[in-house]
Structures are given as C-alpha cells and as structure tokens.
Design a protein around this ligand. Structure first.
Ligand SMILES: NC(=O)c1ccc[n+]([C@@H]2O[C@H](COP(=O)([O-])OP(=O)(O)OC[C@H]3O[C@@H](n4cnc5c(N)ncnc54)[C@H](OP(=O)(O)O)[C@@H]3O)[C@@H](O)[C@H]2O)c1
Length: 288
C-alpha cells in the first residue's frame, strides 16, 4: 500500500511513477507535463526555486537536483521513494548542458564539470534506482543522449565526449539487465528547440578564452550561432518529438535500445554508416 496525497490506495490503483530530471525548460519541461497529462505521477527536478514552483503550479511533484551534487541525488531518491512506498516505474535522465569549445581550449576543470553533470550524476542516480526496479521486477531507464553521442562534431568535444561515454556505459547496462524486467533505452535527438544553446553560450563565455585561441575566427561563427539560439534549421522540431520516443521507451512491450530522433540525426547516422570515416569527418569539420 502507498499513500497518494491524503488517500491510501492499493497497488493495483497506483499511478505509473517516473522521475524526470532537468524539467525547468526544453525537453524535460515538456515531457514532465506531457507525462502528467497522460496520467503518470511525475517527480520532476529543477534547480532554481522559481522553476520548482512553476512545476508545482502544474501539479507536478518537484524537487531540487543538481547532478554535480551527490547529496542532492541521494535526497531526491529518498524523497521520491518515501512518497511511492519504495517503488518507481520509470527514470528519464535528461538534465544536462553543453560546454562548447575546441578540445585544445578546454580547461580540464571545465571538462570534469561537464562529466559531473552529464555523466557521473546520471550514473549515480541510475544505480540508486536499479535496486528498486529489481525488487519490483520491472522498470524503464531512459536516457536523453544526443546524435553527438554517436557522431562527434568539432567544437563540441566536451559535450560529445560526455554523451559518447553515456552511450558506452548505458549500453553495457542494457546487456547486464537482460532478463531482469528492466529496460534501458537511449534517445539520440538532433537539434530540438530548447534553451540548450543559450545555456551553452554561458558556458562558452565562462570557460573558453576565445579571443586568444587559434580558432578565434571560427568562434565568431560559433558565437553568432549560440546567440541566435543554436542551429538555424527549418527542420528543427519541438520537444514533442523526444516525448514520442520517450513514450515508446516507457510503454512499449519491446522498447528499443536506440531512438534516433529528428531528420538531421537520422541523416547523421546514415552518413556514418555509408561514408568512409575520413570523408565523414571532413564533411563535419565544415559545419559552424
Ligand atoms: N535541444 C537539443 O537540440 C538537444 C539535442 C540532443 C540532445 N539533447 C539533450 O536533451 C536534454 C535536455 O536538454 P534541452 O535541449 O531541453 O536543454 P535545456 O532547455 O537547456 O534544458 C536542460 C535542463 O537540464 C538542466 N541541467 C543543466 N545542468 C544540470 C545539472 N548539473 N544537474 C541537473 N540538471 C541540470 C537544466 O536546468 P537549469 O535550468 O537549472 O540550468 C534544464 O532543466 C539534455 O540531455 C541534452 O543533452 C538536446
């Protein structure tokens, strides 16, 4: 038996439960609300008090989480499990940021911080949830990776490395959990409207000495792109495309290990299969 608000309900009546991280904007904000509208009991995370308040206004149970702070991960899991009576059906690891800049210009501390947020924190939260799912005999672990986790693109080394690492780690877990009733899926979006570019501008200006870089001229195009809100593409959809993949990963009897989302991401995967590596990297190097 578990308590939902003031009402004690039996397991058969319980709502499906999920943690959605990074729900202050973009993909997480959309998916948290869409899942709530579809009948899920959503535990969403954000960092700023006003973002937590906005989620609560929409009837979502909201918590503070910063993946760089292990204490906040521990506190989130304790609070959620207390409310669900120790159960959880889904985890959507989503909160992350992009640290732009050429690899040679990346301070080591900036690369470490990127991995704390995009990789180590995701591992920590996931391994705290796996025992819960093992006890109940089912669960869905869904991770928002990126096309840049499959195909690296210049000036995105830190972000791309964090997503490649995520792909490697979670695909091992996918195999290790076979037969457990727990499924692991990676969603690999291409460009989707969100605040990722404006947030990346902050990290670029904070950590990259762009005026003294050998890449100074290229960075001007990079800065213009980030200031304009990211890649300028008529093919850029909204976060609903990621939500559609997430729904499949959560509800399908046969969730897929990979969900490549958006036309540019699908083209990227196809080119990686078809082109010799040197030709592919030459082509990618021409991108701003
Ligand atoms: N949009 C795209 O084109 C695209 C493409 C491929 C993959 N993705 C992936 O999609 C996911 C969501 O990104 P988005 O596009 O929706 O970007 P977004 O609008 O910038 O949202 C990112 C979310 O992550 C949170 N976050 C950042 N650092 C965090 C940390 N250290 N701990 C916990 N949460 C943190 C942000 O919180 P604050 O508001 O507090 O900073 C925000 O809620 C990310 O994993 C990203 O890599 C996005």
């Amino acid at each position: 038996m578990a308590t939902l608000g003031q009402t004690t309900i039996s397991p058969a009546q319980e709502l499906r439960t999920i943690i959605v991280t990074g729900a202050s904007s973009g993909i997480g904000a959309y998916c948290a609300r869409a899942l709530k509208a579809e009948g899920w009991r959503v535990f969403a995370t954000a960092r700023k008090p006003e973002d937590i308040a906005a989620l609560e206004t929409d009837g979502i149970e909201a918590f503070y989480l910063d993946y760089r702070e292990p204490n906040s991960i521990e506190a989130l899991v304790a609070s959620v499990l207390e409310r669900t009576g120790g159960r959880l059906d889904g985890l959507f690891n989503n909160g992350a940021y992009a640290q732009p800049g050429a690899v040679e210009d990346l301070p080591v501390a900036a690369l470490r911080e990127q991995f704390e947020a995009n990789f180590f924190g995701w591992h920590d939260l996931t391994r705290r949830i796996v025992p819960v799912m093992r006890r109940q005999g089912h669960g869905r672990l869904v991770h928002c990776s990126s096309i840049l986790g499959l195909t690296p693109v210049r000036f995105r080394g830190a972000y791309s490395a964090s997503k490649h690492a995520l792909e490697g780690l979670m695909l091992c877990m996918h195999q290790e959990l076979q037969g457990s009733g727990i499924h692991v899926s990676l969603i690999e979006p291409g460009p989707v409207t969100s605040k990722i570019a404006s947030n990346a501008l902050f990290w670029f200006l904070r950590n990259i000495d762009h005026e003294n870089s050998a890449h100074r001229l290229d960075y001007e195009a990079q800065l213009a792109r980030l200031r304009a809100g990211g890649s300028i593409s008529s093919l850029k959809p909204g976060p609903e495309v990621v939500h559609a993949a997430l729904r499949h990963a959560l509800l399908s009897r046969r969730p897929r290990p990979h969900y490549v989302v958006t036309v540019p991401a699908k083209i990227g995967v196809m080119l990686k299969r078809l082109l010799p590596a040197s030709a592919l990297y030459r082509m990618l190097a021409k991108r701003a």
